[in-house]
Ligand binder design. Sequence first.
Ligand SMILES: Cc1cc2nc3c(=O)[nH]c(=O)nc-3n(C[C@H](O)[C@H](O)[C@H](O)COP(=O)(O)OP(=O)(O)OC[C@H]3O[C@@H](n4cnc5c(N)ncnc54)[C@H](O)[C@@H]3O)c2cc1C
Length: 369
Amino acid sequence: MLVPDVDVAILGGGCAGLSLAARLAKSDFSVRVIEPRSEYINDRTWSFWRSQSDPFEDCVRREWASWTVQGPQGQTLRSSSNMRYQTVESGAFYNRALELIDGGKASSISLGTYASHVSRTGNQWRVDTDAGSLTATNVVDTRPPNRVPTYGQFFLGQEIKTEHPVFNADVVQLMHFRPAQSGGVDFVYILPFAVDQALVEVTSFAPHNPGHEFFTKWLVEEINALNPGQTEILRTEAGALPMQVGFADQNPEGIIRMGLGGGAAKPSTGYAFARNQMQADQVTTALVSGKVPDMRLDSAITRYMDRIFLQVLAVKPERGPALIEALFSKVSPDRLERFLSGSTSTIDRLSVMKALPPLPFLHAAAFPK
Ligand SMILES: Cc1cc2nc3c(=O)[nH]c(=O)nc-3n(C[C@H](O)[C@H](O)[C@H](O)COP(=O)(O)OP(=O)(O)OC[C@H]3O[C@@H](n4cnc5c(N)ncnc54)[C@H](O)[C@@H]3O)c2cc1C
C-alpha cells in the first residue's frame, strides 16, 4: 500500500483553509496548505458578532457594543451588555495562522502554488499542482466557488482618514438604507475606528453585481456627504458574496468542501467568517475522530426562513429596508445578532420569526400568483 505524502491536503489558504490548518496544526496529522498567493497582505476585514471562541481572538482590531440600522421609520440604535461586534484584520489573521502552522508538528504551506485536478488513486487522493503532484489521505477544498449565485451581497469599501472628526467612534453604522439604485436593496455601512478614521462601504443585496463604476460613484458621494475635509484612502476592499440557500459546489464524494464554495456564507447576509470557524471546528473534530464531517450549518426551519426572506428581497426589493428595520427594532436584544451569527438556538429563531410579518404574508409576497 502506498503511503500518502500527507494526511490532509488543504486547497486554498484563505479564511477557511487557514482556519482549519491552524486547528489541525495542534493535532498529530501532517498537513499541507496549497495557496497561490506568494505573500499575504491585509486585504480585508472580517466583522461579526462573536458567539464562540476561535484561535484568532488576538487578531481583533476593535469591538463595539452598539450599532444602528436606519430605515423608513428612522434610526434604531441597539446596544448589548454582552455581545460585541468585532473586527478581525485579515493581515493579523494571516500572520497568526502562519505562526500556528509553523509551530505545528508536521504542518506546512506551499505559497505561490495553484492546485488543479484532484483524483482518487487506490487508498489516497492525488492533487495536481503547478509545482508537481501531492498525495493525501484527506482533501479539503476551500478554493473559491465555481458557480455564480442567484442572489448576492456586492460591495465596495474604503478605509479613510479624514481631516475633520466626522464619525461616532462608538457606534457601528450597520445598515443605513438608501433609495435603491441597483434594482436591489442598497445601504451604507460604516465601521468607525476613530472619530477621523473608518471603513465606509456601499453595499447592494441584488441578483447581479451593479459593477465597479456604480459603486465608485456612489462611494464618492457618500464620503463627500460626510464633509470630511482632506481625505486619505488607506485601503480599498470589494466583494461579491453568495446569498443563496443551499449554495455549495458539487464535489466528488470524499472531498471535503469548505469556505464560500462549501456553503459557509450565511444565506441571509453573505457573511462567512464565523461560519468558517464553525466548519473548521466540525472538520477538525471529524478528522481527528476518523468520521465523515457533517458540514450542515442550518436547520430545515432556518433554511426555510432564509429562503422566504431572500425571495422577498428578490421579488419585492422595495420591502427589504422595512423588513430588516422591523427585525432590528423588534427582536429582543442579542437574539437577532446571535441568529445572524449562525445561532441554532430555537428561542433565537422563534424571536426572529415573531418579529417578521406573518409567514403566509411573506410567502404571498415572495411567490405572487
Ligand atoms: C472584502 C471582503 C470583506 C468581507 N467582509 C466580511 C465580514 O466583514 N464578515 C464576514 O463574516 N464575512 C466577510 N466576507 C466574506 C467571507 O468571510 C470572506 O470572503 C472569506 O474570506 C471567505 O473565506 P474562504 O476561505 O471561502 O475564501 P478566501 O478567503 O477567498 O480563500 C480562498 C482561497 O483559495 C485560494 N485559491 C484560489 N484558487 C486556488 C487554486 N487553484 N489552488 C489553491 N488555492 C486557490 C485563494 O488564493 C484564497 O486564498 C468578506 C469578503 C470579502 C471579499
